[in-house]
Design a protein around this ligand. Structure first.
Ligand code: G3H
Length: 487
């Protein structure tokens, strides 16, 4: 089924099967299917969203903040009732541990509640009157129009909703294409979208990017692109808009966040943070630590402890108690990661931990690669998987040069103790990335903190409150002190 113009419709066309990475005995197994739609369905969804917005005449943009908050609160309440079903689908579709899938769900509901609170504050601040040079002005936050919303496979619920929810609550209407890996888990929410929001406010479309995203963008009628995924895909999508200057974007893209480990770092705490930072959800996070630079004086000691910590992580199936490494959902991912390992080995690195890089079904045992250098693909490529590259530095300018030369600019971590040295580094590095983490791993949360990136890593800032601004525009009602206005 799919949702268009307030109606849940049955699909009579072709379907794409959905493979679970953890199916039978760890081998990918079909667990469902989704419609393979095309231009006609994409444009029907777009028409419905455009009608519901209707450039100011639809009810959703004009119904008022209180009504939109009421709808959203009803949606959050309905979501909670579907927790178990959705959490299980997250697990089956992307192999996320049951515990982490539960956290993703809860974080998403918290995000909606926080968004409602943030809007109440924003609304209080934004509809104020100002008088300047004899002109009375009322500044309002107005929606932007139709948003095309697409999320990633690694947080198929949470990251999708960190754009979908603020877009909706600000009065925009949405065409929503769920991620191909993480598509089934949105099915239980379709009735809820239908019952909580007016017809046409949320519309779904399924299928390949070429078949459905292409026609949507080429129509020139998408006002905002909300996309979380690869930088290359974002570029390709944006280019299809006939007037790119009209298109606003909220993009969460690739990153290659490095850690810089200084000689005086607390080794135990650093190893702990680096392991979590590099390998939570198998390293499949845009915020993951994807390159570790360690000072030569402690490098061997650090790598030894790192390997011990990495090998203590529990591999298994996502429903296993305490599991930390699980099967990878992307087709052929193990093969590609193995190629990266082989390339690193061919250029002088070794897999340092016993069993690192071994593949069983779709599960790849985390591999610590050392010493990594710039001849290897792994040095610059975003692995988005359980590979931990470690490079050695003698001069601190070496990792700093890496940061400056990188195509990415999301976050980094520095591990060390000398406050003066850290202060100097913070001043330099906040000019290169958007978050500097001191003695801690890179991460997105807390969700009230700004989350963005420079260069190829992001466009727009997506904290709870910043996202409300991303999906709206400040407009002005102005009245001069004329006879007519005196009335
Ligand atoms: O994949 C990118 C996510 O936004 C990362 O979020 O740091 O909370 O895991 P996280």
């Amino acid at each position: 089924e799919y949702l268009v113009a307030g109606k849940l419709r049955n699909w009579n066309g072709p379907f794409q099967e959905v493979l679970s990475p953890i199916g039978v005995q760890g081998q990918p197994t079909v667990i469902g299917r989704y419609p393979l739609q095309g231009e006609e369905e994409a444009l029907a969804a777009l028409d419905a969203a455009a009608r519901a917005y209707d450039h100011g005449r639809g009810s959703w943009p004009t119904c008022g903040v209180e009504e939109r908050i009421r709808c959203m609160a009803g949606f959050a309440a309905g979501m909670k009732e579907r927790r178990e079903e959705i959490v299980r689908l997250i697990m089956w579709e992307i192999g996320k541990s049951l515990e982490d899938a539960g956290k993703e769900f809860d974080r998403t509901v918290d995000y909606i509640v926080a968004t409602i609170d943030a809007l109440k504050n924003l609304d209080r601040l934004s509809s104020r009157f100002v008088i300047e040079e004899g002109v009375v002005g009322q500044i309002r936050r107005a929606p932007l129009g139709v948003v095309l919303c697409m999320g990633p496979f690694n947080y198929p619920l949470n990251e999708t909703f960190t754009t979908l929810i603020p877009a909706l609550i600000m009065g925009n209407t949405v065409v929503f294409k769920p991620p191909k890996l993480g598509v089934l888990l949105h099915r239980p929410l379709l009735e809820l979208f239908q019952s909580c929001f007016p017809a046409g406010v949320v519309n779904t479309v399924y299928g390949s990017g070429r078949q459905v995203v292409g026609p949507l963008m080429a129509s020139g009628r998408v006002d905002v692109l909300a996309f979380i995924g690869s930088s290359k895909a974002a570029d390709a999508i944006k280019k299809q808009h006939p007037k790119p200057h009209r298109l606003r974007c909220a993009l969460g893209l690739e990153a290659k966040n490095p850690a810089i480990v200084l000689p005086d770092a607390d080794l135990e705490a650093t190893v702990r943070e680096c392991v979590q930072g590099a390998l939570s959800f198998n390293g499949q996070r845009c915020t993951a630590l994807k390159m570790l630079f360690v000072h030569r004086s402690i490098a061997d000691l650090f790598v030894g402890r790192l390997c011990t910590a990495v090998n203590s992580l529990k591999p298994g199936m996502p429903w296993d108690e305490g599991v930390q490494i699980t099967p990878l959902p992307e087709p052929d991912k193990c093969g590609w990661l193995t190629e990266l390992i082989e390339d690193a080995k061919a250029h002088g690195a070794r897999v340092m931990n016993a069993g690192g890089g071994e593949v069983a079904g779709t599960l790849l045992r985390p591999a610590v690669l050392y010493p990594v250098n710039d001849a290897m693909q792994l040095y610059r490529v975003e692995q988005f998987g359980p590979l931990v590259p470690v490079a050695v530095f003698d001069d601190l300018e070496e990792p700093l040069d890496y940061v400056v030369a990188s195509d990415y600019g999301q976050q980094l971590s520095i591990f060390g103790r000398d406050p003066r040295q850290l202060a100097g580094l913070i001043d330099r590095l906040t000019n290169q990335v958007c978050r500097v983490n001191l003695n801690s791993q890179c991460q997105r949360g807390p969700d009230s903190f700004p989350f963005t990136g420079r260069k190829d890593s992001a466009e727009g800032t997506l904290s709870v409150s910043d996202a409300l601004r991303v999906f709206s525009i400040r407009t002005l009602v102005a009245a001069k002190g004329t006879e007519a206005n005196r009335e």
